[in-house]
Design a protein around this ligand. Structure first.
Ligand code: RB5
Length: 159
């Protein structure tokens, strides 16, 4: 798989480990930084990864910040992105089976290394179940389209 990986300063060192793991597993990794330990705002990194996922330039993304939450909030602003903040084996698995998550958001501060490695393998190896869950994902796409149309509508127009 083509996988874009990004982290803010809190996830800077774990990002390097994750990239090594993904390459060992045979994936094609795009390293979106951050490349130094200096503080950087998580939305800037989330945008680099989420834009690639949104445009289909990569298959999946992995984002790491202190809690995983800021990365998740920011990346879900992008159309077609389904970012999930996962914290154990079950959330990693279910985010794929039911939500077809295409970005995994991880906490650098709250998760141990072995747990992170295991979650990543589970997340990459678990398939989307489709069926009723596909209908629900289609509804999310419809919401994106509706919201976009509302934003484009002339607010002065009466109807
Ligand atoms: C940075 O201090 C921290 O706020 C960030 O890494 C993340 O946890 C935000 O959600």
């Amino acid at each position: 798989m083509r996988i874009a990986v990004g982290a803010d300063h809190r996830g800077y060192s774990i990002r390097v480990r994750i990239i090594d793991l993904l390459r060992q597993l045979g994936h094609d990794v795009e390293d979106m930084g951050t490349y130094t330990g200096e503080a950087i705002d998580y939305p800037d990194i989330a945008a680099r990864v989420a834009r690639k996922v949104s445009h289909g330039e990569v298959d999946r993304g992995i984002l790491i910040c202190g809690t995983g939450l800021g990365m998740c909030i920011a990346s879900n602003k992008f159309p077609r992105v389904r970012a999930a903040p996962c914290h154990d084996d079950l959330t990693a698995e279910m985010s794929r089976r039911h939500n077809d998550a295409n970005i995994l958001c991880l906490s650098a501060d709250l998760l141990g290394e072995r747990l992170v490695d295991r979650m990543i393998e589970i997340w990459l190896n678990t398939s989307f179940e489709g069926g009723r869950h596909a209908r629900r994902i289609a509804k999310i796409y419809n919401l994106e389209a509706e919201i976009h149309a509302e934003e484009q509508a002339d607010p002065t127009e009466e109807g």
